[in-house]
Design a binder for this molecule. Structure first.
Ligand code: NDP
Length: 324
């Protein structure tokens, strides 16, 4: 596990840094490492061009870390597929264009393994990002994030902008969104199990068969990776940065049940969709070229990171995002 105090901020130490999406889960993890950067949430609505200009005029950033996005789990993505596409395309388009206009020296955006095609070879390699449609449960979000790759490369080619993209897999950690309709699998299962335990329910029904496999990266690890790739990665193509190692949703739920000491049974509602059955990503390029600023980086052990997240949730419940 890395030491937050030892992180070498490189050029992010002395430059004016703007973090969009700074009030979200990853933004909060980044703030622990880089407390001096400017963190903004939707107070400035990035889908509105004028508000993006107003933000840049106020902050005058030299470096931008673009995290802002309409982010949801499978249900939210399916229920509001068009909104996810349009809002993300607008935010990305505005942030990159205004960064160009204001002469931002470097911009890093965070994509997602949701951008990969439904049908592809495993583990997923960067070269295949555009070789097929994303899974249908992810159509709007997946394509909107893919377009960030297109826009960043186009800006690099025409204007010489140093815009880079990294591709993490599923993220989790403190300050996640625990909303039942909008959250990802980990926060959703943590909340459901915790509330079932509090209510004394003997059984809890979870979504799907429990068979899909997923990889997970702790938000604190991603924060470190963002700093590192910002300082060292210079190529125009996106790079996978997620922690490898697949878990079935069932194994994950059993682990959370164990951590939260819930005695009830977990049942699986097989009528509900599973989403993509697996999506392991290949981070070998990242391991080869990344992490130049820190020698002792290791991804946090999954169980340990899950325990930290559960502990944080229990300690802060009900004052956590998506519950209040
Ligand atoms: P969160 O949902 O925790 O945070 C989203 C952030 O975006 C918040 O700060 C939110 O502001 C802001 N935001 C949303 N809409 C707007 C808007 N219209 N204008 C301005 N800001 C807005 O996201 P995460 O921290 O989980 O994700 C960070 C990045 O990582 C995102 O780009 C996401 O796509 C990507 N990613 C996330 C994964 C995950 O599993 N969570 C997996 C892979 C990639 P406010 O708080 O005010 O609402």
């Amino acid at each position: 596990m890395f030491n937050f105090n030892k992180v070498n901020l490189g050029r992010l130490k002395n430059e004016k840094v703007l973090v969009t999406g700074g009030t979200g889960m990853v933004g909060k993890a980044l703030e622990k490492i880089m407390p001096k950067a400017t963190y903004v949430g939707s107070k400035y609505d990035l889908t509105k061009y004028d508000q993006v200009v107003e933000l840049f005029e106020k902050v005058k950033p030299v470096c931008v870390i673009h995290l802002a996005a309409r982010v949801s789990g499978m249900k939210g993505n399916m229920d509001a597929v068009a909104e996810h596409y349009t809002e993300n395309v607008l935010m990305n388009t505005h942030v990159l264009e205004v960064s160009r206009i204001y002469g931002v020296k470097k911009l890093l955006s965070v994509l997602s393994t949701c951008i990969y095609p439904e049908h592809t070879s495993y583990p997923m390699v960067e070269e295949n990002i555009h070789n097929g449609e994303p899974h249908s449960t992810n159509l709007g979000y997946g394509f909107s994030k893919r377009m960030l790759d297109v826009q960043a490369r186009a800006y690099r080619r025409q204007y010489g902008c140093d815009f880079i993209n990294i591709v993490p897999n599923n993220l989790f950690g403190e300050h996640d969104n625990f909303h039942l309709e909008k959250s990802h699998v980990i926060p959703s299962v943590i909340r459901k199990i915790y509330e079932a335990k509090q209510a004394g329910d003997g059984a809890l029904k979870l979504w799907g068969t429990g068979d899909p496999l997923r990889e997970f990266t702790y938000s604190g690890d991603l924060a470190k990776i963002i700093v590192d790739t910002f300082n060292t990665y210079e190529e125009e193509y996106p790079i996978n940065v997620g922690c490898p190692g697949e878990y079935t949703i069932r194994d994950l739920a059993e682990m959370i049940k164990d951590i939260l000491r819930y005695d009830g049974f977990l049942l699986w509602d097989t009528r509900l969709p599973n989403g993509q059955i697996r999506k392991p990503s290949d981070n070998s390029k990242f391991l080869e070229i990344g992490l130049k600023t820190e020698d002792d980086f290791e991804y946090t052990d999954f169980r340990k990171a899950l325990e930290k997240t559960c502990l944080w949730f229990v300690k802060n419940y009900p004052n956590v995002r998506g519950v209040e």
